[in-house]
Each structure stands twice: as C-alpha cells, then as structure tokens.
Design a protein. Structure first.
Length: 475
C-alpha cells in the first residue's frame, strides 16, 4: 500500500510569485518562486493521479502580508476554500488577532484545525480538535496537532489571552497510545520548530512521521530519530514537502521524500490565480507607491544579523537620540531585490508595524537581556529554545560563543563604539510588545509606528546600503 503526504508551512501570506533566497558559491542569489496558484495546481494534480494523498498546513497561515493583517486573516478564507487542504495546525502568528478571531477563522475553514496542547482558559477544554483520523484506500492515518507552546511567553499578551498552552509531550503521548489501536500510521502536524520536534520524538514512542513547522527549515533529507521521519518545507509558500510512503505488514517499509521548490515552471490554477489577483488589487495604491530603494538584497535568512533588519534598526536609530536600536529576530518575510521598495514591501518586511518605544536600561540589565536572547536561540535543551534569531541591532558590536553555558556566551560587547559599562544607563529604541517584553513597564511609547518611520528614513537616506563587515560574530 502506498500513500502520499504533502505539507506546506509558514506561508505567512505570500500569496503570489515572489523572490526567494538561495545560496550558491557566489553567495546569496534570488529566484522567483511560490504562490498559492502554483501550490494548488500541483497538489490537485497529485491528488488526481492518486486517491491516497493528504495535504496539510503547518501554521502561520493567517499573518505576514498586508491583506492578511488588514483583514485580521479573513481575506484568505475564500482562497483557502479552493485549496485541497486536509488539515491545519495554528502557528504562533495565527494567534495575533486573539482567541475569538482565531476561533472565527478556523470555524470558517473547510478543513479541520487541530492542536492537542491548546486549551480554553475558561473551560479547561481543548480549544480545537486534538487530532483527526483520515481513512484512505487500505490505510488509516491519525494526525495529531501540536501548536507552538510558548505563545504566552514570547508573543504580546493579547495573543494568548484566554488560552492555556503546554509543550504537549504528555498530550502527544496520550493520543499516540489512543490512536495505536485505531490507525495504521501516526502523523504529528507540528508548529514547535525542528529542534523541539527532534527532542519530542525521543520522548514519545510510536510517531511515524512529523510534519514540522515554525523554524523555516528547508529539510532536503528526512531526519530519522527513534524510527520517526521528520521533515519541514521552508517557508513563504516557496516550497512543499512531499513524502511518498510504502506501508506493508503494519509498518512503514519505504519513504521517498522531496523538498519541492515551487518555481516559475509550475502551472497555475486559474481560479486561485484570479482570486489572488483580486485580493492584491485592493492594495494597488500600496503596491505602486515607491517609498525608496535599496542597493543590497534585503533578507533575514541569516542567524546573527541580516540586511532587512539592519534597515529597520538603522531607521530607528536615525530618528531617536539613543545609544542603540533593536528589532526582534523574526524569521518571516521573503527577500527584496536590489531596486525600488514599495509601501507594500514595507508591510511585508514588518507587517506588525509596531509602535516605537524608548527604554532606559543599565549595563547589567542590557547584558542580561542579550544573554537571555542567546539562551533562547542556542540553549542545549531544545525546550528552552524560544523565539527566532539573535536580536537585530544597530550601534552594537558583539562576539559570543554559542556553545557556552547559559549566561556566559558574550565575550565582548560594545555600544556606540565603547565597551559596555555595567554602571551606565543606556537609552534604547525599539518597536512593539514582543521586544524586551520583560521590561514592558519601563518602555515609553513614542506615538509613531515603524513603517512611517522607515518611509521617512528611506526618503532621507536613499538609496539604502549596509556597511561591509559583521557587527555580531561567533568566535
């Protein structure tokens, strides 16, 4: 018996063909890829060829570009009705509009939403179905949902209000035991991130396949741990993960896997193409308004620092009399090519459009915050890894050892060209509630939002360029 699993994850509102970053011997290059019309046509064609095909979304479906933010996720609902999806697990950004809106969005989907580690705080009951069972010709597949467990810790408070999150280890174990007697194959549809998924499958026996999400990893060869296959399909609707599975004598006997790059050669589903064009047409003003230009590829595909985020922090620092500027180490957002930047591009670079704040911290508190961030990125315990990349910054230079113990990674730190003084009070500029969350009460919000500020900066400093050399280095 053979069947096929296809996954997309972390699409973040990338509805159309867009630039994607790839690495070759010359460094980063861009290629046009992605879009819902190409994904839809590809999956529909596979399903026509074979009845035993399931297609799942691994989360961060309702957030990431202007049409989704402006409509609180609603704009994509009619489009998703045309996509041949069989299930969905929410990602951390799918909670951006609060509990009631998440429930409204998922209630309007034509496919089930699942998460075993998410409860309603008022009732203590699961907010969504913990799992689903899909019966195909000759094989039953149990699919357990596992959402991001740290929404209440890493995201603004409004994201998690009224909900309870857990790591899901106990819940997954319970549902695996329950499903063993009911199904032939157990699949975990997860938005935990690759390191956490790898740890989980060593704690829980009996999971056959993990369709991983959240960490935007382009897995080109399945990771096999504890007899479990783990895969993940990049981000930004640029890739699909395809598993062709042979099942014989009550066990998986062969797995063929491909990370599918959805490039320009893929045919488009014409109905979905028209729907995407209709959605985007509502934002023609933003798409046609040129706000500046860049001399470098803007991307956030590197761990320590990236040009897309340097644009943000440079703009912040230029507008306030501060010692250092910070922005969160987000992973979302497709790259932008050298050339003009539109207002729509800025809404893709920083879709949350946070309000700017200033914050005063002494050297001890600042050093502690930076060490805590490094722990969240590099912790040797996967379940202590939270958030995305290293905090983005301007006017800061740092060397660090990623494998050192917690609190002892930073080797050198300079602010505004001088070694950090633990007794000095530093003035910081940043944006939003996700950044320096532990110091929220000390923040002074400035009644200006990131996109307006970046627009002004690009107008004044055009074209944008970044200096040669790295400010943050592992040593």
């Amino acid at each position: 018996m053979k069947f096929t699993l296809i996954q997309q994850n972390d699409t973040h509102g990338c509805l159309e063909l867009h630039e994607e970053l790839f690495w070759d011997s010359k460094g980063p290059i861009l290629k046009k890829v992605g879009g819902y019309s190409r994904i839809c046509k590809y999956v529909k064609d596979v399903k026509k060829e074979n009845n035993n095909v399931l297609f799942f979304d691994g989360g961060d479906l309702f957030h990431g570009t202007l049409p989704l933010l402006a409509s609180r996720g609603n704009a994509i609902i009619p489009l998703l009705e045309k996509m041949p999806l069989d299930g969905f697990v929410p990602g951390n950004w799918d909670f951006a509009y609060g509990k009631e809106q998440l429930q409204s969005l998922t209630n309007n989907l034509s496919f089930p939403s699942i998460a075993c580690n998410l409860k309603d705080q008022d009732t203590g009951r699961p907010l969504l179905k913990p799992y689903i069972v899909k019966e195909m010709q000759g094989v039953k597949v149990g699919v357990i949902g596992l959402t991001y467990p740290y929404v209440d810790i890493t995201m603004p408070p409004s994201f998690s209000k009224g909900m309870i999150f857990s790591t899901g280890v106990d819940e997954v174990q319970d549902y695996v035991e329950k499903l063993k007697a009911e199904v032939d194959i157990i699949v975990l549809l997860s938005h935990m991130g690759l390191p956490l998924d790898a740890k989980l499958v060593n704690l829980v026996n009996g999971i056959d396949i993990v369709l991983s999400g959240h960490s935007h990893d382009r897995v080109v060869k399945p990771i096999i741990l504890n007899n479990t296959y783990i895969v993940q399909a990049g981000s930004s609707a640029s890739f699909l993960g395809r598993l062709d599975i042979t099942f014989e004598d009550d066990k998986v006997t062969e797995v063929k896997y491909e990370l599918v790059t959805v490039d320009e050669t893929f045919e488009e589903d014409e109905e979905v193409k028209e729907m995407v064009n209709s959605i985007l047409a509502q934002y023609e003003t933003e798409r046609s308004t040129i706000v500046g230009e860049t001399k470098v590829i803007l991307h956030r595909s590197t761990l320590e620092e990236a040009p897309m985020d340097k644009l943000i922090t440079d703009a912040y620092l230029s507008s306030f009399d501060c010692d250092v500027a910070f922005s969160h180490g987000w992973r979302y957002g497709p790259p932008m090519a050298v050339g003009p930047l539109t207002l729509y591009d800025l809404h893709t670079i920083i879709p949350a459009n946070p309000e700017l704040f200033t914050l005063e911290l002494d050297g001890v508190a600042l050093l502690e915050a930076l060490e805590n961030n490094l722990e969240q990125v590099f912790s040797s315990e996967p379940f202590d890894q939270k958030g995305g990349y290293i905090l983005r910054s301007s006017n800061l230079m740092m060397t660090y050892k990623p494998n050192n113990p917690k609190g002892n990674r930073i080797q050198s730190l300079q602010i505004a060209g001088e070694n950090i003084d633990l007794k000095k009070v530093y003035k910081i500029v940043g944006g939003g509630g996700q950044l320096f969350k532990m110091h929220e009460k000390k923040k002074v919000y400035q009644d200006i939002h990131a996109i307006d500020l970046i627009c002004s900066y690009l107008k004044e400093k055009k074209p944008y360029d970044v200096k040669v050399g790295m400010d943050i280095l592992s040593v």
